[in-house]
Design a protein around this ligand. Structure first.
Ligand code: UD1
Length: 418
């Protein structure tokens, strides 16, 4: 099995480009199934999860062509309505195909995602919302089977601003009869990217601070093209890696400021993080010195996906870091791994207290999920000595060619399967 070998304590320096956002690409690729024809999507990151989505779309009978970071989806040939367990268990976002299948064909059969390493992660909010759009559901042999004569607009007030439920429901509502209102919706930039894509293909969508309003249309435009926004999680992760190694990097971004909550925290600790007018995000080391409290929250709060790399960085801060994880119940799997490298972390339920150290020391460690894997790389790049990171297939789900891009910045990192 592939693993990374990292020789630490080498500062990252230089410039790389930030790729398209995985969490925007996945719902947008699924939403392209609404179109009875061809749709071209640019700036798709080519990583394990987007490849899984391509495999899933192909298994539904859709034609998919990939040219570098462009994916062309031709959804006029859907012959199958089933997302099998083998794919859903490796990627929960497979459930995004429910929406377009229900919208166009009135049926879907999607394996129930079940638990995952981050905790229970139910899909009750998705199903409750679809029911408001006139879908009947039942569970059969571990699959969620949905049927509707035709989707009808409805009013959905989400109990929690779930990213996945918001995406699934707005995709479905685009072709529903009448008007749908989704309130208490997720405001992550990737949701607005999905909305912009849907508007580009002909959807009628408006929103205010509390609700999204979707007026159903009867057909959508063929031959549209769209480019995905860059990945704020990748941006923050590479930035934290640079700071942890006492380096200085320039990350090619755009002019959108999606990471103000992270920038404030990093600058508050003493690092120098800023976005220049030319769309470059700068992350520069300066001694990290201070006590800090972080609470993960829905956007614009501190993102749960950056909690693990931020936690890893705080193991090297001259101060005490307290992190409350409020989104997922099981997102501290990186903690025991970094403890093996000498980090001092106390865990109490959904809170951890980190007492920063001068240096971590390389050790064999193991990734448990995408973002925990990123945290281990932060620790390993900064540590004295060599680290072997096992189970890097988790990391490959979310970061394209991470070892090549880190090598460009001067990291000593190699993939090996020996
Ligand atoms: C998405 C992101 C993931 C990110 C998360 C939170 C994608 C592909 N993944 O995941 O990277 O960490 O948002 O920003 O975009 N919940 C329910 N019932 C539901 C749905 C969710 O109880 O029907 C709970 C979840 O268990 C979790 C919380 O709501 O505790 C947030 O989940 P949600 O926002 O839906 O995250 P995902 O869409 O799964």
């Amino acid at each position: 099995m592939d693993h990374f070998l990292i020789e630490g304590n080498k500062p990252l320096n230089g410039r790389i480009k930030i790729n398209g956002a995985k969490n925007a690409a996945l719902p947008i690729m699924a939403a392209a199934l609404l179109v009875n024809g061809k749709t071209t999507i640019h700036n798709i990151p080519i990583l394990k999860d987007t490849k899984t989505m391509i495999t899933l779309l192909q298994s539904l009978g859709v034609k998919v062509e990939t040219k570098e970071h462009t994916v062309i989806i031709e959804a006029d040939t859907i012959t199958n309505f089933k997302a099998p367990y083998e794919l859903v268990k490796t990627m929960r976002a497979s459930i995004y195909v429910m929406a377009p299948l229900l919208a166009r064909y009135g049926r879907c059969n999607v394996a129930f995602p079940g638990g995952c390493s981050l905790g229970v992660r139910p899909i009750d909010l998705h199903l409750k919302g679809f029911k408001k759009l006139d879908v009947d559901f039942h569970i059969e042999k571990g699959n969620v089977i949905g049927n509707t004569k035709s989707l009808k607009g409805g009013e959905i007030d989400l109990d929690f601003p779930s990213v996945g439920a918001t995406a699934n429901l707005i995709i479905a509502a685009v072709l529903a009869q009448g008007k749908t209102i989704v309130s208490n919706y997720a405001k992550e930039p990737e949701i607005f990217d999905l909305i912009n894509f849907l508007i580009k293909i002909g959807a009628n969508i408006s929103f205010d601070n509390y609700s999204i309003h979707i007026k159903g249309v009867t057909s959508l435009k063929k031959n549209s093209s769209y480019s995905i926004i860059p990945d704020r999680i990748e941006l923050g992760t590479f930035g934290m890696m640079a700071i942890a190694t006492k380096g200085k990097v320039e990350l090619e971004w755009n002019n959108a400021d999606y990471i103000s909550s992270i920038r404030e925290k990093l600058n508050g600790l003493g690092a120098k993080v800023y976005l220049s007018d030319d769309g470059i995000y700068h992350f520069e080391y300066n001694e990290l010195n201070g006590d800090i409290n972080i609470k993960t929250l829905p956007y614009p709060g501190f993102p749960t996906d950056l909690q693990p790399p931020m936690g890893a960085l705080l193991t090297l801060n001259h101060g005490v870091g307290i992190i409350d994880e409020t989104i997922f119940e099981n997102r501290f799997m990186w903690v025991p791994e970094l403890e093996r490298m000498g980090a001092e972390i106390k865990k109490d339920g959904n809170t951890i207290i980190i007492h920063g150290k001068e240096q971590l020391v390389g050790a064999p460690i193991m990734a448990s999920d995408i973002r925990a894997g990123a945290a281990l790389i932060v620790g390993a790049l900064a540590a004295q000595g060599n680290t072997r990171i096992n189970r890097i297939y988790h990391i490959d789900r979310g970061y394209e060619k991470i070892e090549e891009r880190l090598s460009t910045l001067g990291a000593r990192i190699n993939r090996s399967n020996e």
